[in-house]
Ligand binder design. Structure first.
Ligand code: ZN
Length: 112
């Protein structure tokens, strides 16, 4: 950078004096009175320009049902995995015993 082009602190700060962020411009919903972003559907009631775009209540109910179904599935899977894990534990214990046996056999062989 050439010294001639240097920006002083005052010059830089004056430029940045316009950089502050302003709050979002919100408008009131004509249907329910809640604030929402301009040119966006109202997230509270699903209305935009006096028309219902999305049935918010029905959507929320659907999502709830989906969540509950997923939760039930998870619980069932957990129950299954619990019973499986107990079996697998037994299997792993057996495997450990086998490895120990082989080790002891090897030791005996080395002793000879
Ligand atoms: Zn609304």
């Amino acid at each position: 950078m050439v010294v001639r082009m240097r920006v002083t602190r005052a010059h830089r700060d004056n430029r940045r004096s316009h950089h502050a962020l302003k709050g979002a411009r919100l408008s009131k919903c004509s249907n329910c009175g809640a604030y929402h972003l301009r040119h966006r559907m109202c997230p509270e009631c699903g209305f935009y320009r006096g028309k219902q775009i999305i049935d918010v209540v029905a959507l929320a109910e659907k999502r709830l049902q989906k969540k509950q179904a997923k939760l039930e599935e998870m619980q069932q899977e957990q129950e299954v995995s619990n019973s499986e894990s107990s079996e697998s534990k037994k299997a792993s214990e057996k495997a450990e015993k086998k490895t120990k046996d082989t080790k002891s056999e090897k030791k005996t062989k080395t002793d000879k």
